[in-house]
Design a protein around this ligand. Structure first.
Ligand code: NAD
Ligand code: TYD
Length: 340
């Protein structure tokens, strides 16, 4: 297969590319990436120079570029997105532009190219807050943040292209993902890198919101399974099956780094904070996939990776990173009117 992989220089996309190059040596991969603050060509260093891999620096909203690239592809696997909920709360416009409009541009180019599969990488967050039980693929989409609404908007366009043009689309909905090469704004890499530097770990609200943390290698394998063995027109949940609170993430990271509990700091809660996501993954498991990395071991390995790879993440925690950080994190005591 000739794969076009928008967003392949990001966290999950680059793992998918590294796996594809290793596991499918006859496939060719073209990565299209805008290299936003979250994109990083160093994520592809382990496969740089591979004869079956090429990189194009560009925007999925650029219809001319995208139609040129889609014309030579057997499949499009779309990872490209603005992906951080807190940034979507501050400035939703770019999320609508990339996640919704950009997905439309890719779909239209794939339709005109007239062949091949279109896999849209979506998220469990499109189901919205799940008080109990687990979301099945048949459940309604009830997104609650600008990020998840943009991802749901993208999905609806994918389903429209399926219904209208009979395109062979597949959608995956993955749960919260962690592992090497994750930009240090999501909770796990942020807490690890802050703890390494003896900085506070900012816990939103009371820290009781739970997520189902999935290792990036399991997520990327799940996407590959859905791409190659999934049925066109179907959607597949990808999750590990755990429920870990923000407090527990902090405790585990601090324990792994032998740092004191005093680094935990409760800050103002996220606006509209979804308290819980949970996925039923039977449909993907029926295709032969199952997670291989347990959360405990996976988190310890991830802590080790960040400890051993400071040259990768330290340059990212500068400039714009701290500008956003200062805007986003308001200590609880400031929010409640106490002196900070
Ligand atoms: P990421 O932010 O690490 O990477 C996104 C990549 O897309 C970056 O390389 C960025 O440069 C690129 N990009 C952004 N806008 C672009 C544009 N307009 N044109 C071309 N490239 C552009 O994100 P991630 O965590 O790797 O997530 C990848 C996908 O998986 C996203 O679609 C996200 O919604 C989804 N997802 C993420 C998680 C998670 O926990 N991280 C969970 C489920 C689903
Ligand atoms: P995050 O990693 O941003 O992923 P998402 O919002 O897409 O699920 O957040 C995961 C959980 O961790 C969520 O309940 C919010 C919480 N959280 C904190 O408590 N502090 C933080 O600094 C961040 C980024 C997240």
């Amino acid at each position: 297969m000739r794969l076009l992989v928008p967003g392949g220089a990001g966290f999950i996309g680059s793992e998918f590319v590294r796996q594809t190059v290793a596991n499918h040596p006859v496939d060719t991969v073209v990565v299209l990436d805008k290299l936003t603050y979250a994109g990083n060509l160093h994520n592809l260093d382990p496969v740089a120079g591979h004869p079956n891999l090429s990189f194009v620096h560009g925007d999925i909203c650029d219809a001319e570029l995208v139609s040129h690239l889609a014309a030579g592809a057997d499949a499009v696997v779309n990872f490209a997105a603005e992906s951080h909920v807190d940034r979507s709360l501050e400035a939703p416009g770019q999320f609508i532009q990339t996640d919704v409009y950009g997905t439309y541009v890719l779909l239209e180019a794939a339709r005109r190219a007239g062949h091949g599969r279109f896999l849209q990488v979506s998220t469990d967050e499109v189901y919205g807050d799940v008080a109990e039980g687990a979301s099945a693929e048949t459940d309604p989409l009830r997104p609650r943040s600008p990020y998840s609404a943009s991802k749901a908007g993208a999905e609806l366009m994918v389903w429209a292209y399926r219904a209208s043009y009979d395109m062979p689309v597949v959608v995956t909905r993955g749960s919260n993902t962690y592992g090497p090469y994750q930009y240090p704004e999501k909770i796990i890499p942020l807490f690890i890198t802050n703890a390494i530097d003896d900085l506070p770990l900012p816990i939103y609200g009371d820290g009781s919101a739970v997520r189902d943390y999935l290792h990036v290698s399991d997520h990327a394998r799940g996407i590959d399974t859905a791409l190659r063995f999934g049925t066109p027109g179907e959607d597949y949940n990808i999750g590990h099956g755990g429920e870990t609170s923000g407090i527990e993430v902090a405790d585990r990271v601090l324990a792994a780094l032998s740092k004191p509990a005093s680094l935990k700091e409760h800050v103002s809660d996220r606006l509209g904070h979804d308290h819980r996501y949970a996925l039923d993954t039977l449909k993907l498991r029926a295709l032969g996939w199952q997670p291989q990395v347990g959360f405990g071991g996976g988190l310890e390995d991830t802590v080790s990776w960040y400890r051993d790879n400071e040259p990768w993440w330290r340059p990212l925690k500068s400039g714009e990173f701290w500008d956003f950080y200062r805007r986003n994190y308001k200590p609880l005591r400031a929010a409640t009117g106490q002196v900070s």
